[in-house]
Design a protein around this ligand. Structure first.
Ligand code: MG
Ligand code: ZN
Length: 359
């Protein structure tokens, strides 16, 4: 009997000690990988899941929340204001790239991370000057200013960027060759998938297309997960840590086109990149992976289909974006911070605080 009480006492002591460590400050990540599926609402995720045999890498996340995506001037955000909320922590007007409602620049998480000695990277399946990646490194009153946005890639020492839009760097109306300037700053320039994947240096400007890359249903191939892995190979050399944003850019375009096959193929392509990020984070143990979208596109709904036949019957309510709440999936140290319902701008604040960064 005496032994029994001792055992109970020991158990209580242990469980209290255990509880204390669990309730303590969340463990901080050294690295953050932010994956953005542009235009990816719940129906887009689920359509991909059904088409893939009722399974996706995104199911590996255990901490899930929702963000409110509205911009400063509209219940329905665009990708520029949506990404600026993540990169700068402020709601701004639709079309704004890394600027506030006053059109003045705000320092982005990528710029702060770079200044503080972190390695940084950007990957996208659109032009690298397009709204989502641009909002992490550039400051422009309008998302349409691609050539101005390209100039901003010379102002921050981002370690790697991979996407389309090479023409905005070398075939410019001002005749300035930004590729020469990038080379002078120590970048290797890689054009096309093979050159990008063969790159072994420390600073990479990788271009997968002169302007917009093709779709996943077309000729683009499966560069997104490979480019994401390449970016991780480069930035993970930095012992201090890294911040990488990788975008499945064209889920949105499938939504605008009201083409569900386009959405599904882009979703499956993006999910492979999610798989690479999770594999890295599982092995590393110090990496937080966050997957979210800026907004939903198309008002896509699943109105029929078959799990057994992997078939989706979808319908659309608009060719534009919609204003629904957007899921956020998190894995790794600090992932529990992303549970609940919060503003899109809180994703910036949570990431900054977890990396121990201040503007
Ligand atoms: Mg985008
Ligand atoms: Zn869109």
């Amino acid at each position: 009997m005496k032994n029994y009480f001792l055992l109970v006492f020991a158990f209580l002591l242990f469980s209290c000690a255990d509880k204390k460590s669990v309730d303590a400050q969340p463990r901080k990540p050294k690295n953050i990988i932010l994956l953005i599926g542009d235009g990816m609402g719940l129906a887009q995720v689920y359509a991909g899941m059904v088409a893939n045999g009722d399974a996706l890498n995104i199911e590996r996340f255990k901490h899930i929340g929702f963000h409110k995506s509205y911009s400063s001037d509209n219940i329905i955000t665009d990708s520029a204001a949506g990404a600026t909320a993540f990169s700068c922590g402020e709601k701004t007007y639709n079309g704004a790239i890394g600027v506030g409602t006053d059109s003045l620049p705000r320092e982005t998480i990528l710029e702060t991370a770079e200044k503080k000695g972190f390695a940084t990277g950007l990957v996208a399946t659109c032009t690298i000057t397009h709204a989502t990646p641009a909002s992490f490194i550039a400051h422009a009153k309008s998302r349409k200013l691609d050539e101005d946005i390209a100039l901003d890639f010379l102002k921050t020492d981002v370690d790697v960027f991979i996407g389309g839009g090479k023409d905005y760097f070398e075939k410019r109306s001002d005749s300035i060759n930004l590729l020469d300037k990038l080379k002078a700053n120590g970048y290797g320039i890689a054009t096309g998938d093979a050159e990008i994947l063969a790159f072994t240096g420390n600073k990479l400007a990788g271009f997968i297309a002169p302007l917009q890359p093709d779709s996943a249903t077309g000729t683009r191939g499966d560069i997104l997960h490979k480019a994401t892995q390449k970016a991780l190979d480069i930035v993970s050399k930095n012992p201090q840590g890294f911040f990488v944003m990788s975008e499945g850019s064209q889920i949105d375009w499938g939504g605008h086109a009201n083409k569900q096959t386009y959405i599904i193929q882009e979703m499956l392509d993006f999910d492979k990149a999610i798989g690479k990020a999770l594999d890295f984070a599982e092995k590393d143990g110090n990496t937080l992976v966050i997957v979210t979208a800026d907004h939903e596109t198309g008002g896509f709904a699943i109105t029929g289909g078959s799990i057994a036949e992997r078939k989706v019957q979808g319908e659309f309510i608009t060719t534009h974006h919609t204003g629904v709440m957007i899921p956020v999936y998190a894995y790794g140290p600090g992932a529990e911070e992303f549970q609940g319902i919060y503003q899109n701008t809180d994703i910036y604040h949570k990431m900054m605080s977890l990396l121990g960064l201040k503007k």
